[in-house]
Design a protein around this ligand. Sequence first.
Ligand SMILES: C[S@@+](CC[C@H](N)C(=O)[O-])C[C@H]1O[C@@H](n2cnc3c(N)ncnc32)[C@H](O)[C@@H]1O
Ligand code: SF4
Ligand code: SF4
Length: 340
Amino acid sequence: MKKYNISFDDITTFEVNLINACNLKCPLCLRQSNDFKNSLYYKPIREIKLDHLISFLDKLPNLRRAVLMGAVSEPTLYSKFFEFIKYLKSRDIVLRISTNGSTHNPKWWAELGTLLSKDDIVRFPIEGPTNELHSKYRVNSSLQKVLENHKALKENSEAITVAQMIQFQYNRKYKNDVKELAKKEGFDYCTWIKCYPSNDYIKNIRPEKKIEKFYERYFNDNIFKKEKCIICDAYNRKEIYLAHNNYVYLCGVHDEVKNSPFQKWKASLNENLDEIFKKLNKQLNSINNDICRSNCNTMCYNVGIYFPDYVNNLKTGDQYEINYFSKELTNIDEQKLKLI
Ligand SMILES: C[S@@+](CC[C@H](N)C(=O)[O-])C[C@H]1O[C@@H](n2cnc3c(N)ncnc32)[C@H](O)[C@@H]1O
Ligand code: SF4
Ligand code: SF4
């Protein structure tokens, strides 16, 4: 098998899990599983130290994009959020923020808006056109709060905003209502994405039937085990992942999943750069394992081919298919959707 190599100056993108806290209780989020609640990851609440984070990022000269999503947490709860954004913007790093949109107040979101620039993207969830439908999944959130926070940000920002709807059995028929609402509220894009696999489906809070069947086949028949790992999404995007507890992995999957083989090569932000990349290269050359195979390799790659996600440009009315491995949008090229 070909040996892969990444070095610090290859890295253009990083994802960071700033904190391990969240204010919502979305039923299928990994946070709600018992395994997770009993793990060290969940408690105590900890956040990444900003000075450690910045001194590490300062060593990566070619960064151009930051993904502030949170593996199983809410990035906007990070106490140094604005300071961190200011650092990233001082380096012209483009941001993609995925938030539940239900933290703080409109004043805070307006301030965030002023810090962002035109290539930055902020994704807010809208799980249905009414509060009842939205809060059925986004437990402890209200649609009104998300829309108010979005409005405050949008009125004070050039950033692109995306309304993201997860398609469950219970809300599928409201897809176009969500799109219309997003348009009325001034979002730039509206996207419909698949519900991911889970062991904790509740009544109709689950993916549509054919997708659920597909997942079952993959996992129950162990189909994924028979296939070879050929793609590393992180490698393709020259991306690394930084965990709230200072560990560095190729991607967040190995932070979330218990017993990842990569645990033995987890690097710490505070180690020297050579040591960190030595360990990341060990991870990269060991992707032929069941966790990689069942995540971004056979499962996601195939599910992306058979059941693509969609994004609608609300200004032009155009609809695009999103390739699983190109999930992020960018508005380089004058707001045209460009897959990277
Ligand atoms: C775990 S969340 C962390 C970020 C933030 N707290 C949020 O909810 O947007 C990461 C991503 O997973 C998405 N997500 C949550 N539940 C999902 C589900 N059942 N199926 C697919 N995506 C889901 C979120 O909308 C978000 O885009
Ligand atoms: S808001 Fe995000 S991190 Fe929080 S419970 Fe929901 S999906 Fe999980
Ligand atoms: S799951 Fe494995 S193969 Fe996929 S991006 Fe992460 S490290 Fe790479």
